[in-house]
Design a protein. Structure first.
Length: 195
């Protein structure tokens, strides 16, 4: 004998009618959720650590994915470029502006710091701008989806001799071979180069 509801209808008829009536509502709700983009979380930059790392409220230290900016050695002038230009540029772009973070397939670096694209309110990608202005090189240690775009920005900066490419030697201006960089090697640890 088939199970019947209190109204005398078979259970499957009630279920079928319920699904049929719920379907248009589900479709409308689903369409609304797809049509309304989710707002990206906005963060405040607390501090610019260097040209490729920032401290973000509620997140901590975030590294700009795909960017390599020359570092200082023991607080002295950098050995291969003017790091201050990158730091000042990043400070000027993020000063008193909310930023959004967009993650890629690899979300952390070797030190477990978050890797992200930092997006300004107008949609400008801070990472791309640092490379495009020649204030940093492409860092391809971790794979990221915008690698070819960033390489094109680096070629543009290198050709125009912007930023760290302004004083580059002809060998450093050539396109790097895959897996290598045209930057001069870092000095051995423990040595301080004074120029």
């Amino acid at each position: 004998m088939l199970a019947m509801s209190i109204s005398g209808e078979p259970w499957w008829a009630i279920l079928h009618r319920s699904v049929w009536l719920a379907s248009p509502a589900a479709i409308l709700v689903g369409a609304f959720l797809v049509a309304v983009p989710s707002a990206q979380a906005r963060y405040r930059v607390e501090r610019v650590i260097d040209g490729e790392s920032i401290r973000v409220s509620g997140v901590g230290t975030v590294r700009l994915i795909g960017v390599d900016v020359p570092k200082r050695i023991d607080g002295l002038r950098p050995w291969n470029a003017d790091t201050d230009a990158a730091v000042q540029f990043v400070r000027a772009l993020v000063a008193a502006k909310p930023v959004s973070l967009e993650y890629d397939t690899v979300r952390t670096d070797g030190a477990q710091s978050p890797l992200a694209y930092v997006l300004l309110p107008d949609g400008t990608c801070l990472n791309a701008e640092v490379v495009r202005r020649g204030l940093g090189r492409v860092n391809s240690e971790q794979p990221f989806r915008r690698l070819e775009e960033f390489r094109a920005y680096e070629r543009e900066a290198r050709t125009a001799r912007r930023g760290l490419w302004a004083q580059a030697t002809p060998g450093e201006l050539q396109e790097p071979t895959p897996g290598k960089t045209n930057a001069p090697p870092p000095p051995p640890s423990g040595l301080i180069i004074v120029r």
